[in-house]
Design a protein around this ligand. Structure first.
Ligand SMILES: Nc1nc2c(ncn2[C@@H]2O[C@H](COP(=O)(O)OP(=O)(O)OP(=O)(O)O)[C@@H](O)[C@H]2O)c(=O)[nH]1
Length: 388
């Protein structure tokens, strides 16, 4: 594991940044870019900052923003915490501009968690627009920073959190930065439970994962690294683990050079490990869907066969043609018009279905959310139009 000092002396950030600029054709001395290279330009790396309440996520995103600005690589910043009083960094997209969390709570008698989950659900229904915004700006930014709601489970175990994470990871290299409050992890039990929580997120998202042990200005994180490496039985496995641990301080800014060395490694891991697996699953899903469609088509063809026979011209040409364009078009139309509106409705209604009932008030919000979604749609659309 690289130390902060090593990271500084290697200046991994500068090297990585130079490489990034070169790939993008921004380095006039070495660049051989042409307009045809535009399609292959590197995409910004999305850092999804997760962590328990009070671990320092917002302060950390603020610190990263300042750090990246000082490196002349201003990030694209998204705030997904609807309940935060003040966002201490210049957010390009702020969930609070789209959803009024207090209003959501008031109108539907929800508590703080219910209000946050419902607000996030509403926002997730518009996340395609957020993706378009990021895509539009991708050539200007090397990093996208995402601050998440205070209560970690609201994001990690909610349908909307999953939708947002998967949407980002399907288009951009994504890395989870799991922030731990080092000063609150000095007890082995607290430390272990926090690490287990980190593992559950790692296995859920399957994304490259960095554990950032924050607040190292209060207590050094070396005790935790030692604890992790002391398990002799797990030593070999640990050495081969591709997760990364780094000590940082959101308050003083220490450890950030090392963090970005890990981010570069994690982004490479995204390309070599996550993306091929994602694409494989995507292909499998597409094949399964196409097979299902073929079966439906075949069934429909059989069902329609008798009708076609009845209406066919005596020489049988209609039946022949019906297997070609006109018949296929009719089927495609049928599948779309039958499937889509119902699917969309189902999605909206089931958006909160797999949220953990023990940590949210989803049981109260399920009906309310459906109604609320309809009422708010128009307002949200007007606001989005204004902001775009
Ligand atoms: N000493 C020290 N304090 C920190 C550091 N990072 C954050 N804090 C403090 O920890 C507290 C919580 O920080 P926030 O940034 O609000 O944490 P958060 O995870 O966004 O909190 P919620 O979203 O409200 O759950 C604040 O008082 C911060 O000033 C750090 O590196 N060192």
């Amino acid at each position: 594991m690289a130390t902060a000092a090593e990271a500084n002396s290697n200046d991994g950030f500068s090297k990585e940044h130079e490489e990034w600029k070169e790939e993008r054709g921004e380095n006039p001395t070495t660049s051989q870019s042409s307009s045809t290279e535009q399609n292959t330009e590197p995409k910004p790396v999305c850092l999804i900052v997760l962590g328990m309440a009070g671990s320092g996520k917002t302060t950390f995103v603020q610190r990263l923003t300042a750090y990246l600005h000082s490196r002349k690589t201003p990030p694209y910043v998204i705030n997904l915490d609807p309940a935060v009083h003040e966002v201490p960094f210049p957010a390009n997209i702020d969930i609070r501009d789209t959803v009024n969390y207090k209003e959501v709570m008031k109108q539907y008698g929800l508590g703080p968690n219910g209000g946050i989950v419902t607000s996030l659900n509403l926002f997730a229904t518009r996340f395609d627009q957020v993706m378009k915004f990021i895509e539009k700006k991708q050539s200007n930014h090397q990093y996208v920073l995402i601050d998440t709601p205070g209560q970690i489970e609201v994001f990690t175990w909610s349908a909307s959190g999953t939708i947002i994470t998967e949407a980002l990871a399907s288009s951009f290299p994504c890395v989870v930065v799991y922030l731990m409050d080092t000063s609150r992890s000095v007890s082995p039990v607290t430390f272990m439970s926090n690490m287990l929580y980190a593992c559950s997120i790692l296995y859920k998202t399957k994304l490259p994962f960095i554990v950032a042990m924050n607040k190292t200005d209060i207590i050094d994180h070396s005790f935790a690294v030692e604890w992790m490496q002391d398990f002799e039985v797990f030593q070999d496995a640990l050495n081969q683990e591709t997760s990364y641990v780094v000590g940082v301080s959101a308050v003083t800014g220490s450890g950030l050079d090392e963090l970005f060395v890990h981010v570069a490694d994690a982004a490479k891991e995204y390309e070599t490990e996550y993306r091929p697996e994602y694409e494989r699953l995507h292909r499998e899903l597409a094949e399964a869907q196409s097979q299902k469609q073929k079966e439906q088509l075949e069934r429909l063809r059989k069902d329609m066969g008798a009708v076609s026979m009845e209406t066919a011209a005596p020489n049988g040409t209609f039946i022949q043609n019906s297997h070609d364009s006109s018949f296929k078009n009719l089927l495609v139309d049928l599948i779309f018009t039958r499937g889509n509106p119902e699917d969309a409705e189902e999605d909206e209604e089931s958006d909160t279905d797999d949220i953990d009932h023990t940590v949210t008030e989803e049981s109260k919000e399920a009906g309310a959310f459906g109604n609320f979604l309809k009422e708010r749609r128009e307002i949200v659309e007007v606001r989005n139009k204004k902001s775009s």
